[in-house]
Design a protein. Structure first.
Length: 512
C-alpha cells in the first residue's frame, strides 16, 4: 500500500508448513493509532501451504475497537509444474467475529480467486462481500487452497485497518417477488448467471439489459458462494423482468444452484460428499423458499463433477451454456433417471437449462428455461419448475407446444400424466417454431422411437400414435444437424416428459 497517511508494517512469518497460522494482532494499535480518523495500520503474514492441505485454512485477525474499514490483499506463487500436474490456485474470503462455524452467521464475503484485494465497512464493500460494521474481536481470513503444486503454495496476506467513526449502514433493497407478467403463460428465464459479485465481468445492470435483449422474463442471481449481489439490483427490475435471488454453492465435489431463495440467504459450501452435510444445506435452501439444482454435473473442471447424488435435487441442469458433450452425458444420465422413476413409481427430477454466462461473449439466455406459471412471481416460477412444467430452448426464437390426448378426450402437457389404460390409443403432438434445419425426436423409456425432419422454415407439427404399454413417458428433443458423423447434433430445444398410463410417478421436486 502507498500514500501519505500514517502507517505501520509488521511481517509475521509462519512456519513453512503451518496449517493453523498464529493470530494477526492489532492490539497495540488500539491505543496509539486510532486516535485520528482516517489513520490506518497494516500487518503482513507469509507462509506456505503444503500439498494435501485442508480445503480451508483460517488466518485469525485480532481486530481492536474503533475500526471503520478493513482491507485485505493477498498474493501467492504460481509455481511452474510439469504437464498433467496441478499448479497452485488459492481462493480467499472472510468471516467476522461471529466465527467460522459451518452455516453460522459469521460469513462476510468470498471472492474465490476472482480478485486479489477487498474491503469491508458499514456502508460499502467490494462486490462479493457484505457491508456492515467492523466490530472488535477475532475475525478470520479464509484461505482456500483449490489446488496445490507438489512443492507447496507460498502465500502472502496483508491486512490493513482504517480507524474512525463508521458511517450508517444502509438498509438493503431487494427485488420484489412479483412482476406484472401476462397472467398464466409461458415465461422464459435464466437461473445461472454471474456478475462482478463473483467471477463474472458484467455488472448487474449489464446482465439485466442482456436478459431483456434475450427476451427473458426472469433471471436468478447466482454468484459463487456469496449472496452479496442480492441487494445490487435496485432499479433494474420492472414489469417485464422478475429478478430472483440465489447462489451457486461451489463445493469441492460439485456445484449446485440455489434458485429463488429468500433475499439475504447465505448457503454454506465448505463440505465434501464424504462429510454428509449436503442434505442439511439442501433442506435449508428449501426452507428459504428455493430450489436445489445441481449445475453442469459432468463438467470437467476441478471440483465441478457432481458427487452428491440426486436424492435432494428439485431439478437438474442438463444444459449449461453452448451445448457440449458434457451436456449430452448429463442428458443421458437424466433420461436414465426417468426410466428408474417409471419403474419404481418414485418422484422424477425435472430438467432445466441455463447460460452460466460470466462475460462477453457468453450469451445470457443460451439456453433458457421456459416455465408454465400462473403468474410472473417467485412462487409461481418455482412451482412450475418443481413440477416439471417447463422446457429448454436455445433462444427466445424457439417455441414448443407438446402434449398428448387419448381415452375420452383427456389431455396432458409437459410435466403431466395422461391417465389411460395400457392399450388405450394415445396421440402425442409436438409443435415447433423457430428451428430451421432441425430434426424433431420423440424419446421414450425405450429410446428414440420417432424422428421427423422439420420444414426449412423451422416451423412444423409432429404427431405420433402409441399406447401407455409401449411408452411409459414421452419427451421431445429438437436438434441441429450433426457436426460430427455418428454423433447427435446439438440441441435446439428439449422438453420435460409427459407420462402415459396410470402409474404414480410424481412430477418432480421434494417437500419443503
Amino acid at each position: 500500500m502507498t500514500g501519505s497517511i500514517a502507517r505501520r508494517g509488521l511481517l509475521l512469518a509462519t512456519a513453512a508448513t503451518a496449517l493453523t497460522p498464529g493470530p494477526v494482532s492489532f492490539a497495540d494499535a488500539a491505543a496509539g493509532e486510532g486516535d485520528e480518523a482516517g489513520e490506518y495500520t497494516e500487518r503482513t503474514v507469509r507462509g506456505t501451504l503444503p500439498a494435501g492441505s485442508p480445503d480451508f485454512v483460517y488466518l485469525p485477525v485480532e481486530v481492536p475497537h474503533g475500526v471503520r474499514e478493513i482491507t485485505v490483499s493477498y498474493a501467492y506463487e504460481k509455481t511452474p509444474v510439469p504437464p498433467g500436474t496441478q499448479g497452485n490456485a488459492l481462493d480467499i474470503g472472510i468471516f467476522d467475529e461471529r466465527g467460522t462455524e459451518l452455516g453460522g452467521r459469521g460469513f462476510r464475503g468470498w471472492s474465490g480467486g476472482a480478485r486479489s484485494t477487498f474491503f469491508l465497512r458499514a456502508d460499502a464493500a467490494t462486490p462479493g462481500y457484505i457491508p456492515g460494521p467492523v466490530r472488535a474481536g477475532t475475525w478470520h481470513i479464509a484461505l482456500g487452497p483449490y489446488t496445490v503444486a507438489p512443492e507447496g503454495l507460498p502465500y502472502e496476506v496483508t491486512v490493513a485497518l482504517r480507524f474512525g467513526v463508521s458511517a450508517a449502514a444502509p438498509e438493503p433493497v431487494y427485488p420484489p417477488e412479483r412482476a406484472k407478467g401476462r397472467g398464466r403463460a409461458w415465461y422464459r428465464g435464466d437461473c445461472h448467471l454471474h456478475s462482478v459479485h463473483s467471477d463474472g465481468r458484467r455488472t448487474p445492470a449489464e446482465i439485466a439489459a442482456a436478459a431483456r435483449a434475450a427476451g427473458l422474463d426472469f433471471i436468478n442471481s447466482s454468484e459463487h458462494n456469496t449472496h452479496s449481489a442480492h441487494s445490487a439490483w435496485q432499479g433494474l427490475w420492472g414489469d417485464d423482468l422478475l429478478i430472483l435471488t440465489g447462489e451457486e454453492v461451489t463445493t469441492r465435489n460439485g456445484h449446485v444452484v440455489a434458485v429463488a431463495t429468500d433475499p439475504g440467504t447465505f448457503v454454506d459450501w465448505r463440505y465434501r460428499a464424504r462429510d454428509n452435510r449436503f442434505g442439511h444445506f439442501a433442506k435449508a435452501v428449501r426452507r428459504a423458499g428455493g430450489l436445489v439444482v445441481p449445475a453442469h454435473p459432468h463438467a470437467t473442471c476441478v471440483g465441478c463433477h457432481w458427487k452428491f447424488g440426486y436424492g435432494e435435487a428439485d431439478a437438474v441442469e442438463v444444459w449449461n451454456g453452448p451445448y457440449t458433450p458434457e451436456d449430452e452425458i448429463a442428458l443421458a444420465e437424466w433420461d436414465n433417471s426417468l426410466v428408474a422413476a417409471t419403474r419404481t413409481s418414485r418422484p422424477w427430477i425435472p430438467a432445466v437449462g441455463s447460460s452460466d454466462a460470466h462475460r462477453e461473449p457468453d450469451e445470457v439466455g443460451l439456453p433458457q428455461t421456459v416455465v408454465l406459471a400462473r403468474e410472473l412471481s417467485r412462487e409461481a416460477i418455482t412451482d412450475g419448475i418443481r413440477a416439471g412444467r417447463c422446457y429448454i430452448a436455445e433462444s427466445s426464437a424457439v417455441t414448443l407446444a407438446f402434449g398428448a390426448t387419448g381415452g375420452r378426450g383427456l389431455h396432458a402437457g409437459i410435466g403431466e400424466r395422461l391417465p389411460a389404460g395400457p392399450q388405450t390409443p394415445v396421440t402425442v403432438r409436438l409443435e415447433v417454431a423457430g428451428a430451421p434445419g432441425c430434426t424433431a425426436h420423440l424419446v421414450t423409456d425405450q429410446g428414440t422411437l420417432h424422428t421427423v425432419a422439420l420444414p426449412a422454415s423451422g416451423a412444423g407439427t409432429v404427431e405420433w400414435r402409441t399406447t401407455p404399454a409401449y411408452a411409459a413417458y414421452v419427451r421431445a428433443e429438437v436438434r441441429h444437424p450433426a457436426s460430427v458423423p455418428g454423433l447427435p447434433g446439438a440441441l435446439a430445444a428439449l422438453t420435460n416428459p409427459l407420462f402415459l398410463g396410470t402409474g404414480s410417478a410424481a412430477a418432480g421436486g421434494r417437500a419443503c
